[in-house]
Design a protein around this ligand. Structure first.
Ligand code: HT7
Ligand code: ZN
Length: 846
């Protein structure tokens, strides 16, 4: 397969002034006519007329009305063209129903829909399918469907016919079309300059009752982007469509966002609090792309973080504002460490802006998205809030309508602040997670406290010689009585080793380092247990307070795993005090009750030169949970009774925080008090959060069979709830049973493996079940490999994404490595393996 390099970028030889597309819809023989106005691009050297095109049947082609015979390959076509501006016309035939890859134009549940990012438009018609070719699109759709949608504003609507015009130039990846028998949940929004916008959320009949929350999230996002970023919506209409078959969460097509139904449909009875929060964030994310992605897009796919990192950063700011900043930050860091750190420290490591790829779909990664967002957070910390706001204003002013680069992005910060960001740019070009170590020195005579930091990024194939990064390190100092002796200060580290002093101190303080997780690094700070207990009890920075508890938990668990010691009683006592502190938000206390994941512990063991044993990790976690349950039983009962929500369900932060705390308490209480409590909650539940938490507790306690059968009976017609039913059985299975449970579920009549949500419900849950997936039998590895081999020809994108389950394989013992290697080789040997999967596996296999 061909490797594409950032350094090879060349502008396209032609500009596209206008595009007119006509679709005559048919499940197997859709006809697409294109009429495209081209002219030479004066800025380009290369003038070859190459149009991308894949899986298209070319019916006819004309230039300026005269038939031409282009040279066609399986990747596109070339044709001799005039020097002067010309009109290209082509007609192609495509097969939406046969398109199981869910890229291009495809069918889902009887409706037509599209997914063009990154390179799906070339499966619709011949076109320069690259993000720097922007044009104005007019789309005509003919087909026997009540709803016919495309981008922009509607210009004509008739029986089985619709025309749409999008006045904003856009790249082809933002094109969208939807046709089907859909119903709309509608609203209106008045923008800050007084323009009226029609809002519609289109769903399949029967799903109307699950639209209200998504619509509220949309209007809240539109308002927030006006208030916080000064960004106003720019069309007369904004449509969202829910589809059941979708490879990712959602897609920001101009004026016509397409959503995985799991990422937009919600009701109290069928969705958990976590679902509501995720839906709110994804709606915001896709809406925010209208400016960061659509009005300003990427010059090429290497610049993907330009739109994704910034938009993730913006959606996390939105969630912080809508909910709890502390809880959001902790959740984001848990996620970053779980997914991005694993990626950055393994064979799939790549810079936030990669420099080469074979299949761009494989680079929609936690590094591009989440580390990309962290980089923006660091930039904001370094320049300050006001300078960040000025830089963003300049970015929108200077680059509106552009296909921009990371250089353009950094330049607006340089121009507004006068800073030189040359070194900071390494965050975009270097792979790997920096290790930051800190040592302390105390000069009692002078009252000076010195922190000395060293940073080191382990070399990787992607970055063999990493250089020091710019690190904003937020630090506060605390006295022995828990009071602050120095407020937070941002230390700007640029060297491999650097010291910072704090003077005028009466006594040696305790340092709270990397507050708010101010840089995405692995921190080694050799605090004593007493110091960590002090931070857990008193740190005014909520992130570091939580972090102190998490580090104590990790240390206790590691001692249990490696030495068989009992869980640390001092940590448990300190944690209990925090749990009972009613000045703290319930959601925050629920997070305090969490433990580091099995994968986190495996990684820490590996980092310290030990081979992780998944079974030992599992046993240590179970023993610790039992100890927590026994130690906290009275506090947990009190918390459960005090915070149970007895007013009608609302998915807001206050209520969901209480449910998070009571359900965390329930999970532990079930260990010591048996299943009665959970059964009662299950029987009385009037919302999915309560029902599912109770079901999980029952399953873990081995008393879930009856509730599981009732749940299936109650929800068998609701595909999104049934995804939970499938997933929960795998995630709650005992390690030795997980693969077997997953296999049995694949025999279920409703296991529609071609639906990515259902496939992920079973196999995503298996891959996430650390002790189950890595069970010594190797059954988890073999089962996943069997199904990846089966899925690849049908849906390469979803297959390739799921291969990352194997990315940490080199951390484990020789027997496990051998079993995994056998499976990797077996998949790699399957005939006609997709480019997506073969690139992922070759990188993982090494
Ligand atoms: N920008 C969107 C990316 C996306 C995507 C990429 C590849 C294949 C399928 C896809 N569906 C959506 C989503 C986003 O980040 O907002
Ligand atoms: Zn995005």
């Amino acid at each position: 397969p061909q490797t594409i390099y950032l350094s090879d970028y060349q502008p396209f030889g032609f500009l596209v002034d206008e595009v007119a597309l006509t679709f005559d819809l048919d499940p197997h023989k859709t006809r697409v006519k294109s009429r495209i106005a081209f002219r030479r691009n004066p800025a380009a050297k290369d003038a070859e007329f190459f149009l991308h095109g894949e899986q298209l049947k070319l019916i006819s082609a004309q230039i300026d009305g005269k038939p031409v015979a282009p040279e066609v390959t399986d990747r596109g076509l070339t044709c001799a063209v005039p020097d002067a501006p010309f009109i290209w016309e082509a007609e192609v035939e495509i097969d939406p129903k046969g398109n199981t890859a869910l890229e291009g134009l495809y069918m889902s549940g009887g409706m037509y829909c599209t997914q063009c990012e990154a390179e799906g438009f070339r499966k619709i018609t011949y076109y320069p399918d690259r993000p720097d070719v922007m044009s104005i699109f007019t789309v005509t759709i003919n087909g026997p469907h009540p709803v016919l949608l495309s981008n922009g504003n509607p210009v004509a609507q008739g029986q089985n016919h619709a025309e749409w015009h999008d006045p904003w130039p856009k790249p082809a990846y933002l094109f969208a079309l939807v046709a089907g028998d859909l119903v709309a949940h509608s609203d209106r929004f008045t923008t800050m300059s007084g323009r009226e916008v029609d809002l519609n959320l289109y769903v399949r009949p029967g799903d109307e009752g699950k639209c209200a929350f998504g619509m509220e999230a949309l209007t809240a996002s539109m308002k927030w982007d006006e208030e916080v970023y000064g960004r106003e919506y720019d069309l007369d209409i904004f449509n969202i469509v829910a589809v059941d078959d979708f490879n990712m969460g959602a897609m920001e097509n101009k004026g016509l966002n397409i959503f995985n139904s799991a990422a937009v449909l919600a009701s109290p009875e069928t969705s958990t609090d976590d679902n509501f929060e995720r839906i709110e964030a994804i709606i915001a994310h896709e809406y925010f792309h209208n400016w960061t992605g659509n009005r300003i897009t990427c010059r090429d796919w290497f610049q993907l973080c330009l739109k994704e990192g910034l938009t993730v950063y913006r959606d996390s700011q939105f969630t912080s504002d809508m909910r709890s900043p502390a809880v959001k930050r902790i959740g984001d860091v848990i996620d970053l460490r779980g997914r991005q750190f694993a990626e950055d420290q393994g064979p799939l490591a790549h810079p936030v802006r990669p420099e080469s790829f074979q299949e761009i779909n494989n680079f929609y990664t936690a590094t591009v998205y989440e580390k990309g967002a962290e980089v923006i957070g660091m930039l904001k910390t370094l320049v300050g809030d006001d300078a960040y706001a000025k830089a963003l204003d300049l970015y929108f002013e200077r680059h509106d309508g552009d296909a921009a680069t990371i250089e353009d992005w950094l330049k607006v910060f340089e121009d507004t602040t006068g800073r030189d960001l040359t070194q900071f740019k390494r965050w975009y070009s270097q792979a790997g997670t920096p290790r930051l170590a800190v040592t302390e020195a105390w000069d009692a005579g002078k009252g000076i406290f010195t922190l000395t930091f060293t940073q080191y990024t382990p070399p990787s194939a992607a970055t063999p010689n990493p250089e020091p990064q710019v690190l904003p390190i937020t630090v506060g100092l605390i006295g022995a009585d828990g009071a602050h002796v120095a407020p937070s200060r941002v230390l700007e580290m640029t060297e491999a080793e650097q010291s910072f002093t704090f003077d005028g101190l009466d006594a040696r303080p305790v340092a709270s380092v990397l507050r708010g997780f101010s840089a995405p690094v692995v921190l080694a700070h050799d605090l004593s247990k007493e110091e960590r207990l002090l931070l857990l009890a008193h740190d005014s920075d909520p992130f570091n307070r939580w972090e102190a508890g998490r580090t104590l938990a990790r240390q206790s668990l590691l001692a249990t795993i490696t030495e068989g010691s009992a869980p640390d009683a001092e940590w448990l006592a300190a944690l209990q005090a925090v749990l009972g502190d009613e000045t703290l938000e319930p959601a925050y206390r629920a997070l305090m009750l969490g433990l580091p994941s099995h994968a986190d512990l495996a990684n820490t063991l590996y980092d310290t030169g030990k081979t992780p044993d998944p079974a030992a990790i599992h046993e240590a976690v179970e023993a610790t949970r039992d100890a927590m349950a026994q130690a906290f039983v009275s506090t947990l009962s009190e918390l459960y009774d005090r915070h149970i929500v007895d007013v009608p369900y609302q998915p807001n932060a206050a209520q969901s925080g209480k449910r998070a705390l009571t359900n965390a308490a329930l999970a532990l209480l079930t260990r010591v008090q048996g299943p009665e409590h959970a059964q009662a909650q299950y029987d009385q539940a009037d919302n999915m959060t309560q029902q599912l938490s109770a079901l999980a507790a029952l399953l873990r306690a081995g008393h879930g069979d009856k509730a599981l059968a009732e749940f299936e009976e109650q929800w068998r017609d609701d595909r999104l709830v049934m995804d939970k039913w499938f997933g929960l059985q795998v995630s709650q299975a005992a390690p030795e049973k997980a693969a077997e449970v997953a296999q049995t579920l694949t025999q279920h009549a409703d296991f529609n493996w071609k639906n990515p949500n259902r496939f992920r419900a079973v196999f995503g849950s298996l891959a996430m079940h650390h002790a189950g997936f890595h069970h010594e039998s190797g059954k988890g590895y073999a089962l996943l490999a069997d199904w990846l081999i089966k899925l690849d020809p049908v849906n390469p994108q979803t297959t390739a994404r799921m291969c990352s389950a194997f990315q940490t394989w080199r951390r484990y013992d020789a027997a496990r490595q051998e079993m995994i290697q056998t499976q990797l080789d077996r998949i790699l040997a399957s005939p006609d393996l997709s480019r997506d999967t073969s690139e992922m596996l070759s990188r993982i296999r090494g």
